[in-house]
Design a protein. Structure first.
Length: 463
């Protein structure tokens, strides 16, 4: 049987456990799924820290020679093994060729990012000419909003989720002020219903339908950083555009995590970082998308040399020949040392497809959910036993690989006990532990080890 095809995760786990004649919680199930995983070889393309490598590990509790349990790709992805080679190639070129490296070698600095934009376009579901690799995420968001946010007295609001990532919130607020409007009146933050953790799609659509005539831009996350909710980007885009709004997404937590179809969905603009699920290293080169339908209508508000057509860029005549679409938004040449690790990672993505990664991810995250619910659901008969609650949507189609966990005991204690035992995960104030089994390099055995380790951590917290 192929456990990665059909059925929901629970049914798959129960079928496998019946086949193996063991409990669905047995480590044998994890081993079976790992052996059946056609993508398991991709882990070999990355460097996984050992437990001893991590700064807060307590080697009196764990074997430091083992690989750590790395479930924090939603904050920083693992290093691709080829990153060092590519960086060393460019450092060697700089040492031996100097300025000639701009136009020479396998990765000419003057247009190095152009060589990998088709790989990035595959990951986000776009045409290569709709994608530019440049700057950092918030810089790109500002550049895009400068052109897409054109407020009028009647249509000046920006719709976003109430708990948007702080940088997005600040960018939207400052863009509104820049146009002379009041953020208190022009920001339209949308909160979940009372007692709920995630936004309902129907509530988003209702706001767009009722207030769309006053909304200039709908600007949501692709995947909500705190809850892990995957928004229905296609439906939101269609609804916003039907009311005359422009629709954009911050795909920082979606790119490399879920299957995106930015072109087919007709999304107006999008931006993302590349150091989470796309593994380009801290502060890595970010990306931007503008749909080709805007090539003749949307122009950059700020221009620089790198937005000029390459074939005449070096004539230095100060007569701008602006590139079409998102490429005209480039300002400066991209740092070659940031291009290298991004290329190394995108080449790993090229070994598979987002469809295949998503298929594995649904089962991998479903396995994590199953084990958490089995072991750590609140038990009324044991009121003092620590327990966890998953605030990420239970519908696999409404989440990526991240599950956000709230605990009945102080979150920082849980986090610190996990760190001591060689788990790399992510704590977000006020009360969430974000666990992200990444299909590109995480295994089912990683998930099983995490669940066992979580039990030890919770026991230590409750002493």
């Amino acid at each position: 049987m192929d456990p990665f095809v059909g059925s929901n995760p629970r049914e798959t786990l129960e079928r496998v456990s019946a086949l193996l004649r063991c409990s669905p919680t047995s480590a044998d199930v994890a081993a079976y799924l790992d052996n059946a995983d056609s993508l398991r070889h991709l882990r070999d393309e990355f460097l996984v820290p050992t437990i001893a490598d991590l700064p807060h590990s307590d080697l009196s509790l764990v074997d430091g020679t083992k690989e750590c349990i790395y479930l924090v790709g939603n904050s920083l992805g693992l290093q691709p093994k080829m990153a060092r080679k590519y960086l060393e190639e460019e450092l060697e070129k700089w040492a031996k060729m100097g300025v000639h490296g701009h136009t020479g070698g396998s990765r000419p600095w003057a247009w190095a990012e152009d060589n990998i934009e088709d790989l990035m376009a595959d990951v986000v579901g776009a045409k290569p000419e709709e994608v530019a690799l440049m700057n950092g995420l918030t810089v790109n968001l500002h550049l895009l909003l400068l052109s897409f946010y054109k407020p009028t007295a009647a249509r000046h609001r920006i719709l976003l989720e109430d708990k948007a990532f702080p940088s997005d919130h600040y960018a939207v607020e400052s863009q509104i002020r820049l146009r002379g409007f009041d953020p208190k009146k022009s920001m339209l933050p949308l909160s979940p219903r009372r007692g709920e953790d995630s936004l309902r799609t129907e509530d988003i659509l209702e706001v767009i339908e009722k207030q769309g005539d006053s909304i200039a831009v709908v600007m949501f996350s692709g995947v909500q950083y705190y809850t892990g909710q995957l928004f229905d980007m296609a439906t939101i885009t269609e609804a916003g555009q039907r009311k005359g709004c422009l629709v954009g997404f911050d795909c920082a937590h979606a790119v490399g995590n879920v299957e995106l179809k930015l072109h087919d969905w007709g999304v107006d603009f999008a931006c993302w970082c590349s150091y989470k699920y796309v593994n380009s290293g801290a502060g890595g080169l970010a990306g931007a998308f503008i749909h080709q339908k805007h090539n003749d209508t949307i122009k950059p508000a700020l221009v620089g040399w790198w937005g000029h057509e390459l074939k005449t860029r070096f004539l230095m005549n100060n007569e701008l020949e602006l590139q079409l679409g998102v490429n005209g938004f480039r300002l400066s040449n991209q740092p070659i040392l940031l291009v290298c690790p991004l290329q190394a990672s995108l080449e790993v993505f090229k070994m598979t497809s987002m469809q295949a990664l998503r298929r594995k991810s649904l089962l991998l995250t479903g396995y994590l959910e199953y084990l958490i619910q089995h072991y750590y659901t609140e038990d009324p008969t044991q009121p003092l036993k620590p327990h966890a609650r998953i605030i990420t949507p239970s519908d696999p189609q409404q989440r990526g690989c991240q599950l956000s966990l709230c605990f009945s005991i102080p979150i920082r204690e849980v986090y610190q006990e996990l760190e001591k035992r060689g788990v790399a995960c992510d704590m977000r104030e006020p009360s969430v532990l974000r666990i992200a089994p990444v299909p590109l390099y995480n295994s089912f055995s990683d998930v099983h080890r995490f669940i066992e380790t979580l039990g030890s951590a919770l026991s230590a917290c409750s002493r």
